[in-house]
Design a protein around this ligand. Structure first.
Ligand code: NDP
Length: 322
């Protein structure tokens, strides 16, 4: 089969399309013929070496496709089933072996690309808004990179829950998309001071929660946007990892809560996975949750997809077609 291999961490040029043996599913695993693989920022972290993986490896943490073969002991999935998954590495390939416990069925009528486009970012938006800081009607959330893959989904789900959403985005065009996704306001944080704007928009009260995936460049100002006892959710490093802070800072800024969550710990059981994926896929199938597909690249152009994602020029989702 063809697969992207990373033999050395570094820039996008380290991702090369190679011919490798098609893997066989071991006990409890399923071999999936990939139709569509999602591109996520976490793939960049593995490629650069910020997140560690044994070399060589095939990147990609999300896909949808058709079951080709089921390993010993697998029940519930068989050849021909339409499935989707997130958080098993190796989806930048024509085939991938995936634990059966991580697979979900794609609802009838939902195409595989649409399913692949929301598994990782959609379940992330779900856990952030339903579990990390369960948003309630009338609360206000600040969502950074609100036109991005994860950001636009957080905006929409926060609105479903009745929250007020202040977004940030890197350009006027992105801010427009964030508003079209339901953001009540969107600050162009490359031109305006988002801390001052957020204070103004909340009559100096501050927001209940900040969902911050940008990391290094926004963290400290985000903390200043919170109300007393608000929650700082730092869940990504698009601009670089957040530097160390003293716990005292959280006291000085208003008895704040700080968490650094990951999707894996919010899908600890099969029930939790089925809850989140079930909600997200059902909302997408019904049209109540929208994921804009920015571009679909051939597998061989995975490097270009990373350049585009890191270059801040994208809105919504990037996909690879196998
Ligand atoms: P996005 O589509 O959101 O792309 C990243 C966006 O970040 C850019 O478009 C850009 O938007 C913004 N950004 C701000 N500063 C920079 C910078 N210096 N370099 C690059 N981008 C920058 O990507 P994803 O939806 O895939 O991921 C968004 C974030 O969410 C990532 O940090 C990712 O790691 C995190 N994440 C975390 C998960 C978890 O469970 N912890 C799970 C899923 C995603 P703009 O121009 O508008 O600022």
């Amino acid at each position: 089969m063809k697969a992207i291999l990373i033999r050395q961490t570094g820039g996008p040029e380290q991702m090369k399309l190679e011919e490798t043996p098609t893997p066989a599913p071991a006990s409890g695993q399923v071999l999936v013929k990939i139709a569509s693989a999602g591109v996520n920022f976490i793939d960049v972290y593995f490629r650069t070496g910020l997140y560690k993986a044994d070399l060589p490896f095939t990147p990609g943490m999300e896909a949808a496709g058709i079951v080709e073969a089921a390993g010993e002991g697998v029940t519930g999935f068989s050849k021909g089933d339409r499935v989707a998954y997130a958080m098993t590495r190796g989806s930048y390939a024509e085939y991938a072996v995936v634990p059966a416990a991580s697979l979900v069925a794609v609802p009838e009528g939902l195409d595989l690309a649409a399913a692949a486009s929301v598994m990782l970012q959609g379940m992330t938006a779900h856990y952030l808004t339903h579990s990390t800081f369960p948003l309630q009607k009338g609360q206000t959330a600040l969502v950074h990179a609100a036109a991005g893959g994860a950001g636009a989904l957080i905006v929409q789900i926060a609105k479903m829950l009745g929250a007020r959403v202040i977004g940030t985005a890197g350009s006027a065009a992105k801010a427009e998309r964030a508003r079209a996704m339901g953001a009540d306001e969107c600050i162009v944080y490359t031109e305006q001071d988002f801390e001052a704007e957020t204070r103004r928009l909340t009559d100096s009260k501050g927001v209940d929660v900040v969902y911050d995936s940008v990391g290094a460049s926004t963290f400290l100002k985000s903390v200043n946007c919170l109300r007393p006892r608000g929650m700082m959710v730092t869940f990504g490093n698009a601009s670089g990892p957040v530097p160390a802070i003293e716990p005292l800072l959280l006291g000085q800024k208003g008895s704040l809560f700080l968490t650094r969550p990951s999707l894996a710990q919010y899908c600890l059981t099969r029930e939790e996975l089925l809850w989140r994926a079930g909600d997200v896929l059902r909302w997408v199938a019904s049209g109540s949750l929208k994921q804009h597909v920015f571009k679909t690249y051939p597998l061989a152009d995975a490097g270009q997809a990373h350049r585009d994602l890191e270059g801040r020029g994208t809105q919504g989702k990037l996909l690879l077609s196998a």
